[in-house]
Write a protein that binds this ligand. Structure first.
Ligand code: ZN
Length: 316
């Protein structure tokens, strides 16, 4: 991206290509590309085995995680081969509870896995939390070195590299479509001609790649009828300044401007198992607060919840 796009906007857009953060002791990688190796729970394998693009192939492969009680169950075990799942190749036994660890311990020949592509370097991985009552330590085995932390990403966060890139183009296009963009340009001393140039470049790119269909964007609650970027939940205009509130602070304001709401990436159809929702026309810019309210519930469900809350309050 050329320098004309404010640095904080560039960073925000860059981060949309990454997964959410993960703690040290979880099985997931922390903020990595959405095209990384995906982790599929065994129960969800049939639903998730086909990648959304690239002829159904995940760019960096997948690892199926099976519960020890399922792996050691003869009926389930027989299914593995028919599904093309092989321990240590594309399948690992995943220990999450102390009960699993003591009842179905790893076989003596097994070792903890440490590679994201076949061969996985082992047969199992463990993330068992410590218990305070019995004073048992946590059990963290496999994918726990600094160079190999986390086995992969949540399957529903996945997108291939091309999709990630298309989303970034559309999201930058939407940034420049903010109603108060002229004010931001003025305020940050951005060269007006260069900004105009960038707007026409990104519009051209988005149009050529079929990412600037205004009717479609409007239907998805991403822009309003005038083409301005809106928050998918509250439908208010998104302020371009909301992307850059930190810039203003850096310029010497100690007190952040509270009239400017922080902007964050918004998934119209929420990310959930069995769907691949990091894709063009499903991403917009929303208020951070609105995003928190919707969380994993989805916009429609959230609005219905709000209606119910208002109704109950009105009939008090
Ligand atoms: Zn909002």
């Amino acid at each position: 991206m050329p320098v004309i796009t404010p640095k904080l906007v560039q960073t925000k857009i860059y981060k949309t290509g990454q997964t959410r953060g993960a703690d040290d002791d979880v099985i997931y990688q922390n903020r990595v590309g959405r095209n990384s190796t995906v982790l599929i729970p065994f129960q969800e394998y049939d639903k998730c085995k086909i990648a959304p693009t690239n002829n159904g192939i995940y760019e960096n492969g997948f690892i199926v995680l099976i519960k020890p009680e399922d792996y050691f169950n003869s009926q389930t075990h027989r299914l593995l081969k028919t599904k093309g799942l092989y321990l240590g190749k594309n399948l690992l036994v995943f220990y999450e509870t102390r009960y699993q660890w003591t009842t179905y311990p790893p076989l003596h020949t097994w070792i903890a896995a440490n590679a994201r592509t076949a061969p996985l370097g082992g047969q199992y991985v463990a993330r068992v939390p410590a218990t305070t009552e019995e004073g048992e330590n946590k059990i963290i085995e496999g994918f726990n070195t600094s160079s190999m932390k986390g086995a992969g990403i949540r399957v529903y966060e996945y997108a291939d590299i091309e999709t990630i890139q298309l989303c970034k183009i559309q999201l930058e296009y939407l940034f420049w479509a903010c109603k108060d963009i002229a004010e931001l340009i003025e305020q940050n001393g951005i060269d007006k001609n260069l900004a105009q140039q960038r707007i026409s470049d990104i519009t051209k790119q988005a149009t050529e790649k079929g990412l600037a269909d205004k009717d479609k964007l409007r239907q998805q609650r991403i822009i309003d009828k005038n083409g301005y970027t809106i928050c998918p939940l509250c439908l208010k205009h998104i302020s371009a300044k909301g992307f850059c509130s930190k810039i203003q602070q850096a310029e010497g304001r100690d007190v952040p401007d509270l009239t400017i709401t922080e902007v964050s990436l918004f998934h119209i159809h929420e990310l959930r198992m069995g769907e691949f929702n990091h894709r063009p026309y499903n991403l917009g810019w929303g208020h951070h607060h609105c995003n928190v309210v919707v969380k994993d519930a989805g916009i429609e469900q959230t609005l219905q919840w709000m209606r119910d809350v208002i109704q109950r309050n009105d009939s008090l």
